[in-house]
Design a protein around this ligand. Sequence first.
Ligand code: LLP
Length: 445
Amino acid sequence: MDSFEFRDGALHCEGVPAEFIARAAGTPTYVYSRATLLGHLGRLTRAFAPLDPLVCFSVKSCPNLAVLRTIVAAGAGLDVVSGGELQRALAAGCPGERIVFAGVGKTDAELELAMRSAIGLLNVESESEFAALVSVARRCGKQPRVALRINPDVDPQTHRYTSTGKKETKFGVDIERARAFFRDRAGETAVRLCGLHLHIGSPVFRMEPFVDAVTKALALIDELEAVGHRIEWLDLGGGFGADYFSGQSPAAADYAAAIVPILGERVARGLRIVLEPGRSIAANAGILLTRIIHMKSGGERAFAICDAGMHTLLRPSHYDAFHFAWPVTPADGLVPPHRAAEMALPGLSSVDIVGPICESGDFLALNRSLPSLKRGDLLAIFTTGAYGMSMASRYNSFGLPAEVLVDGERALLIRRREEFGDLIRGETPTGEALELPSAQAAGSR
Ligand code: LLP
């Protein structure tokens, strides 16, 4: 469900023709729809309203400050996984108590920043991290609220790179270890160990993994409370799906229908719930606009070589992810009636959409049936609002793309395209002498 529609033969984002945005901002450019962002956030918030959750948008999915401000202004909080993301959350005006901080490798400096920012919930992922947290808390004189990330050992049935809830992952601790964790550490007064956190993977298109994970978490809460611990917070993480093709993902209401009934009674007794949705809010709220630099054939294959590639959108080459692609002003009025992996319209021909990077794995879409294409045509790559810009790189010394936020008839530049100067900032061609520790100081470490 989104605000990217073909009208009069041309793709529009809300009230603005996509072609106008490309002419004004250049390409490649990520374009976000404010109405779509807020529509998804609103539907999720309403669906889960019976649990009165703290909804914390996952910054990693789409970290642009203007996007974060839009979401924070609508009342949501933010989920961060690094000091950089935490600073973004604060810069976007998010109150500390609406920020939750997860992540498997937080440094002492990041933990200290989190405590000084008085964030709502610090999610701890290991015994070693807990020990570091305690000493940082003592040093700063803060007593943060802490949730232990548990790993409920359910299979989210998603790509192995984004599957995080099985026992053998680097994330969280298994249920057995969680019991020992509370037994040995809940008495620690420097922090308030009072919550559980989980995130089983992303995207999860079925209900069972969520139901299993929540059921296991509640059983653990029962056990912990039976031996005298108090669990006030349960953070369910993110992982809800998005429509990479039409109708692929359950709606927020479907996820809520499966999850809310299991938690209702607990919430009535005072348990606070956190949700950390990223993709389900942002993915369908963004497209990537890219221009075809050259058309070319190789053997039987036709290639549209674009100014965006794996450096702009990593998901196709990294996860074999499907993103629907279509020309913004399709030849012969061949407007797509829906978005599907296989499009069956008369007059289409097969093409690979690839980038300019010097790697054969640099592609955006392979073997797609599309209207006829030519040099200079503008393509839209759909469902790229989440994990698009946030995973873009400067590989091959291309600057990062521009970002535009559309609000009705208005288009705002929310990040300018990077130039050569941005690429080399911080480099010192002749080198700078590093002050190395003396042999004695180094030896005493
Ligand atoms: N909370 C935690 C602790 C997470 O690790 C994640 C995502 C989220 C929330 C948000 O999940 P979402 O609602 O967006 O599914 N780069 C991959 C996705 C990696 C997700 C990592 N963690 C992709 O492009 O598919």
